[in-house]
Design a protein around this ligand. Structure first.
Ligand code: BGC
Length: 347
């Protein structure tokens, strides 16, 4: 009898141990979703590194990818849309799971989305919208609003007179949005006859040199009688201001900008450029990498808006943009750590 009891006790103890062990293995941490996608690659295709902002976009995304332990393969297309398509094909061949594309040409880049989708790769349209495509997500600023900020600023400063209206590269969808936003304020004044638009000109590839040439020509044609310049970004503003400086007019004609480049901040302080728009590309880069990670895990990246790209309303993550001039430059650009005080105020 004793033997039977001992045997039963041993059996029970064994059973308990086994069930405990089984419980342990059930509770062993399941691979987290991060671990599951640990080895995946993200492709990043940027249009250029000419403007300072694109350098920061790249640096931020590289740092963010490193933080989460994801491989980021970067290509820069140097404002060449055929090159961008082939670089993206290459990234797809290399097995990226998500492709982040800042298109040089908003229409031509639709081919990239098709090729990516055919290979099961999702595409995030970065800063510039890829038109007429099934792009999966758009991460940008409200670019119409950026234009509104510029238009409101310049029309409040100069309500009457001869305006030069420059816009960005015609293949960049943002250029169109910036201009439309700004014209919301300028056009009513032109319709009233208070403002005369003496030059309305797109600047090929956003080149500062081109902006300078257009400005030189219009200054000559108008015998320097110009009261305001809508420049779409800091690079083109810099070109236009150089042409004005040659006529002794720098600082006498209000000029807009955007991007909060270091050179623009310095011009704002010296009074040759009136304003810029602060678009925190650090936030944009972080948002894009975070969204890519979610998409790679099959999760919803989350969106706070939709932007139509002709074919569909693309779910969009839109980051805020802020007007900057002499009155708030220190607070917005220096206190936020975007620019360094010693660089901005360097003599
Ligand atoms: C961007 C601007 C930039 C311009 C030229 C636009 O699409 O939104 O920030 O200055 O391209 O690169």
């Amino acid at each position: 009898m004793k033997k039977v009891v001992k045997f039963l006790a041993t059996l029970m103890a064994l059973t308990m141990m086994m069930s405990l062990l089984a419980g342990c293995s059930q509770k062993a941490p399941a691979a987290t979703s991060e671990q599951k996608v640990e080895k995946f690659k993200i492709g990043l295709s940027l249009p250029t590194q000419r403007e300072e902002r694109w350098v920061r976009d790249k640096e931020t995304m590289e740092a963010e990818a490193k933080k989460i332990g994801v491989d980021l393969e970067v290509q820069v297309s140097d404002n060449d849309s055929a090159k961008q398509v082939s670089q993206c094909e290459n990234l797809i061949t290399k097995g990226v799971k998500i492709l982040i594309v800042g298109p040089h040409d908003s229409k031509a880049a639709a081919a990239i989305v098709e090729k990516a989708h055919a290979a099961g790769v999702k595409v995030i349209s970065y800063d510039r919208l890829i038109l007429d495509s099934d792009v999966d997500l758009y991460v940008s600023f409200d670019n119409f609003k950026v234009g509104e900020i510029q238009g409101k600023y310049i029309t409040e400063k100069v309500g009457k007179g001869n305006y030069v209206v420059l816009s960005g590269d015609p293949a960049d969808n943002n250029a169109k949005l910036f201009k439309e936003g700004a014209m919301k304020y300028i056009k009513p004044l032109a319709d009233k006859g208070d403002v005369k638009i003496v030059l309305e000109q797109a600047v090929k590839d956003w080149k500062p040199d081109e902006a300078m040439k257009h400005m030189e020509n219009v200054l000559t044609a108008q015998k320097n009688d110009i009261q305001a310049v809508l420049a779409p970004n800091d690079g083109t503003a810099g070109g236009a201001i150089q042409a004005m400086a040659a006529q002794g007019l720098a600082g006498k004609i209000p000029v807009t900008g955007q991007d909060s480049e270091l050179a623009a901040a310095r011009r704002i302080l010296e009074g040759t450029q009136s304003m810029t728009v602060f678009k925190d590309t650090r936030e944009l880069g972080k948002a894009a990498i975070a969204a890519a990670l979610k998409m790679a895990k099959g999760e919803n990246p989350g969106a706070n808006g939709k932007v139509n790209n002709v074919k569909l309303d693309v779910p969009s993550i839109l980051v805020e943009s802020v007007v900057v001039d002499k009155t708030n430059l220190d607070k917005v650009l220096i206190d936020s750590g975007y620019l360094k005080k010693e660089d901005v105020y360097k003599k």
